[in-house]
Design a protein around this ligand. Sequence first.
Ligand SMILES: [Zn+2]
Ligand SMILES: [Zn+2]
Ligand SMILES: [Zn+2]
Length: 489
Amino acid sequence: ATPESMESVEVFQSEGKGRGLRATRELWAGDVLFAEPSFAAVVFNSLTQLVCHTCFARQPKLQRCGQCKFAHYCDRTCQREGWAEHKGECSAIKKYGQTPNENARLAARVLWRIEREGSSQAEGSLTSLDELEDHVADMPEEDRKELKIDVHNFLDYWPPHSRQFGVEYISHIFGVINCNGFTVSDQRGLQAVGVGLFPNLCLVNHDCWPNCSVILNNGNHAAVNSLFHTQMRIELRALGKISPGEELTVSYVDFLSVGADRRRQLRQQYFFECSCEHCAKGIKDDLMMAVKEEEGKKPPEEVVKEVLEFSQKALEKIEKERSEGNYQEVQHPCPQQITPRPRVQGSRQYQQDFDMALQLVLKEKGVCAAQLVAVPASGDRQKANISHRKLYHPNNAQLGMATMRAGVTHWHAGLIEVGHSMICKAYAILLVTHGPTHPITKDLEAMRMQTEMELRMFQQNEFVYYSMREAALKNQPMKMMAEPTQEAL
Ligand SMILES: [Zn+2]
Ligand SMILES: [Zn+2]
Ligand SMILES: [Zn+2]
């Protein structure tokens, strides 16, 4: 398990930020700076029966480890591959009689690996775990108390015959997990399913307008014997041109709130003061706070505040439901409250667009709060109306996903021209942020070809297109077209 290649990056002292990574060669949008398997990773306790403990894929039928009856795997291959990581845990869980929480399980996997390899630095890695920040000293009193309890519980779980580590070192590992733990998602990036530690990634500093983004690739466990077999890993991908010597950055927070809010979150969670250009100059803050004027008048401040707070809550709820996998909830977060009645006497299409935009906003976190086009029930019917294209980096992964969903919604609603164009845009973004082999990019590519074909049909003969569509929707056999299949529509 070594990072695939670290040739494009090097460690350096970043002014005011401590250690950082910079590029050693010129890079372009979509280039992979490095790929890195986790030092250790665990599936959330609550999903132990639903997610494979080796490849983190969500599968309907998993096989249970006969020993501890806790770990689950896709098949023998995944079980065999995960055995070295699971061995210590397997007997410890059996002895302990219960399962400790995720942080303790992750810390234990980290320490067992250090025991096995005699080092906290993976082969080829640019840093050891010992050198990473733990921020234990920066923690508020409350959190430090909790940490003590965690370490105490951990020591009950840790077997006496394993190598013994001091309380301080165990606290350090817990601290590193706290501020550097990376959320691992399922193979389609839809649900958070676990947490892992990726040491090289920990070296990448934050910028609210970053030049890189991280994507998890769950690998391709099914093709064990093929050349393309890969294990779960993260990839650091360039979002645009990067010159040699330039510092590499990712965003630890969503570019969703105004600078002050982002900085507060960074302070509380990561213990630093953001001094990036966007924060320093307040770039785009005005856009986020912008409100559409109606009849030359700006809406009262209280109304704007109310909309923003409401949107923020809705987005938080959506994110929570989504990370817990409650997709039904995500689709209908609060239907009565947000029934948009825009004051536009436009076409029906506009209304449809509006509703879709709203659904989209509600479905996708990563859409600025101010962009929520709806109004609170009691509010004056003003709306904040901003395109998220203006807010986000053109190659932002969230923007790509949002555009994909909008495209699919339009397509399914029969708006093939808009649908296809959005799917193409989303595909272009995901080629950069996710790469061509990622399952979502592959899904998008298939949709792009499908919609392209339908669009051509639409342009040749609108009537035929609509009758086909109707036939497909009614689930009747389509006579004039061999492809696409009914399911595809
Ligand atoms: Zn698996
Ligand atoms: Zn087991
Ligand atoms: Zn910033």
